[in-house]
Design a protein around this ligand. Structure first.
Ligand code: FAD
Length: 413
């Protein structure tokens, strides 16, 4: 077996791996990315939130993304029958980006991977990490190429950005129960032949079918729209009689008063995919010589589109801390990495949980809207969940349930 030495080995070339490796490469750190798939490859996670732009910007990926002409996302709409609540990212509390993108991920990930390579990042596609051993100060990583040839690489640090591949959580037995309960989803793409002109045609929408069940509609700039249904696993399984994912998503579309007409006769561009119980977590986010980023560490729920932003937040932070460590500085991984990431995840989990209890929906659809509250919630939905000046971040544990309770009392009057 041939041996190669690198300072940092990144597993996976999704947004997390690309942002971390591009950051490291920009700092002249010796980094290698190994990616199991051949790009473009299918992947879900098509609606971004503005926080992600800070990370793409910091590593210099925005011009290439802009050039690719993806649909810009200025906000998001939530619908509950006749009630509508629109968040506009430009009207939010505090600083931060006012817009982001909604993208077919296969194309998007190819664009950023290509750009990272242009900047000098070394990515080996169709190479799968199959084993890891930690020896002294380094790790010994076994990589299998597409022809089945194995080789070993020694690395000082591993960044595991393998998404749902969850390479190190599986190899090191780090899996832990997720903080939010198991939902499932069925999704597909369709050529949006009945797409209306103007903003209606491009707005991302979350259409509530029942308190715990919702449909997503994400229009892309190429005329294709992504449609998905999310809900408790049992509900999603029962949408069709014999586990037929196409029948199930057609049933979900038929339950949407808003979208039935637009999509009921559409054909789908691929067989609808059923993803079951996707929420996941880990018992620790780092260890000697490794760090977990993105979905490899945890995934909550798609309801507020936070997955990619957390993937890039953790990816860039891991890369920064490793750079400092390689430069001889002391890094307190618990405080500077784990506590920071967990804090953001905790805020988002409250919002996810309160969405499914119905409390957040009560606040969203209350009339007349409290614009100050809306701005503060909008900042959270934009991903600025570390801004302690925002009381909807600082007091996230109580503020939503208290507010929903007050609205209930008001309604009883
Ligand atoms: P990924 O993008 O999954 O990349 C991981 C890469 O690692 C892959 O390319 C894979 O091939 C590679 N890999 C895996 N195993 C190995 C191995 N052994 N060796 C080498 N490489 C390997 N997020 C959003 O932000 N917005 C959304 O609208 C959204 N919707 C979602 C809907 C659903 C139903 C689900 C389940 C998730 C959704 N997400 C969404 C979450 C989103 O999919 C992820 O958070 C995001 O893709 C994570 O990025 P990543 O870079 O961590 O991993």
């Amino acid at each position: 077996m041939k041996k190669v030495d690198v300072d940092v080995l990144v597993i996976g070339a999704g947004p997390s791996g690309i942002v971390s490796s591009t950051y490291l490469n920009n700092q002249d750190v010796d980094v290698l990315v190994v990616e199991k798939a051949k790009f473009p490859r299918p992947v879900i996670g098509e609606s971004f939130i503005p926080r992600v732009m800070d990370h793409f910007d910091e590593v210099g990926l925005i011009p290439a993304i802009e050039e690719a002409g993806f649909e810009k996302k200025w906000g998001a709409r939530f619908i509950d029958k006749e009630k509508v609540c629109v968040f506009d990212f430009s009207d939010k509390f505090g600083e931060g980006w006012n817009w982001t993108y909604q993208v077919p991920r296969a194309d998007f990930d190819l664009v950023i991977a290509n750009e990272a390579q242009k900047k000098g990042v070394n990515i080996e596609f169709e190479s799968e990490v199959t084993a890891v051993k930690f020896e002294n100060d380094n790790s010994l990583v076994t990589i299998k190429d597409k022809d089945g040839n194995a080789r070993e690489i020694t690395a000082k640090h591993i960044i595991d950005s393998s998404g749902f591949g969850r390479v190190l959580p599986k190899l090191l037995d780090l899996d832990a129960p997720a903080s939010v309960s198991g939902n499932s989803s069925i999704f597909t793409h369709t050529k949006d032949i009945n797409r209306p002109n103007g903003q209606e045609g491009t707005l991302i929408t979350f259409d509530i079918l029942e308190t715990e069940v919702w449909l997503w509609v994400i229009p892309f700039s190429n005329g294709v729209t992504s449609i998905g249904v999310v809900g408790p696993t049992e509900y999603i399984e029962n949408l069709s009689s014999e586990g037929d994912a196409e029948e199930a998503i057609r049933k979900a579309i038929s339950l949407s008063d808003f979208y039935r007409k637009r999509f009921e006769h559409n054909s789908f561009l691929f067989k609808p995919v059923f993803l079951k119980n996707y929420s996941c977590s880990v018992s620790k986010l780092y260890g000697k010589g490794f760090v977990l980023t993105g979905n490899s560490s945890s995934f909550l729920d798609p309801v507020f589109s936070s997955g990619v932003a957390f993937a890039t937040e953790s990816g860039i932070l891991a890369a920064k801390l490793i750079t400092r460590q390689l430069n001889g500085e002391h890094v307190d991984w618990e405080k500077e990495y784990a506590e920071y990431i967990e804090k953001g995840v905790e805020v988002f989990s409250t919002y996810v949980k309160e969405w499914y209890t119905g409390n957040l929906q009560k606040i969203f659809f209350h009339e007349p809207a409290n614009l100050d509250v809306k701005r503060k919630i909008c900042a959270v939905l934009a991903g600025y969940v570390w801004n302690e000046e925002n009381p909807f971040v600082r007091k996230h544990h109580r503020v939503l349930s208290n507010m929903a309770y007050t609205l209930d009392l008001e309604n009883e009057k």
